[in-house]
Design a binder for this molecule. Sequence first.
Ligand SMILES: [Zn+2]
Length: 352
Amino acid sequence: MKKALSFAIVSLLVLNTNSSHAAVIKNGATCSKVGQIKNISTGKFTCTKAGKKLKWVFKEKLVEIKPIFQPWSIDNQEETLISAALEKYSAWTKANQGKYSNAEFYIDSRVDPTHSKIIEDSSRRAQDAFVSIRNAPYKVFISGEDAWIRTKLAELNMVGPPGTSVCGNSSAPNLYCAGNDHAFFVIRGSNSLLTMQKSDYQTPGHEYFHVVQFSMGGSQTFGLMPSWFAEGSANFVGTAISHELGYFDYRLTRFEEIRKPTTNRSIPLASFQRNDSSVGLNNWLSPYGIGQVASEFIVASVGMDAFLNIIKYTNELNSFEQGFKKATNLELSEFYKLFDAGRINWGIQAVK
Ligand SMILES: [Zn+2]
């Protein structure tokens, strides 16, 4: 006890001695070495030559103020919206993720292994992220040919969709689609990695989110959800996963998606009800890009739990309008009004 006390007194004395000899640093006071810098919380002093004398010159630190996202406000700017939505997404997945144990991958050895690894890694990431909602069997089929997938399905006693193609008819080089417990990745190009768009990297997470939608809402929910929500939410999740895994920054994939003229139209969000590309590019209301931005607006405003509850309550109440209201506390009509008023700030052209 005595020892400790005497030590404290000694160090106090040392401190006193030091400070009594130190020159006072303030704006305009004399300093001794040109270029010397002294930082303080509000800025820094630099020893500067002024005529024949050396003087401290103070420069105030500029504080960068990051705008804070305001829920449901149409005045938020694009970057503020994106970062708020991503922050909410990653906070939710950090709190809810776990180890998914039900994955089965069927991979045609002719597919570029780098490509199939991207699909496998992203699918696993999505499975882990949503394991608190779904940890049931999920089969992923990756091949260059529909026939290979059909053979595998037959071996597993699974019934494939009607028609030749397992993912419907499209001229796209690669086709992706999901069911309630499986997804198909048809990689047609022989140099598939070369033809991939940034959006191809978000499809494994995207397809798995459709499976999550199935498990939360049942197949009837797909008939109730407008396509901007069904596809936009899947795009949001898939793009966030591609971002987390370091394939592409979220903003780059998003930008590629929302600049497409089929989705970036001067048409109200509420019109993007049905995803039907067979009507031709001029008439197709592609729900992906615009729906992704609308999903960001929802996630950033009310968080991931409410966002997911839209699916759950749509099923329970047998109505998207009522499910949306119950999950978010906002009337769907009011949401449409806000989104269409704010969208010009978020990269989607205004309604004409
Ligand atoms: Zn989809």
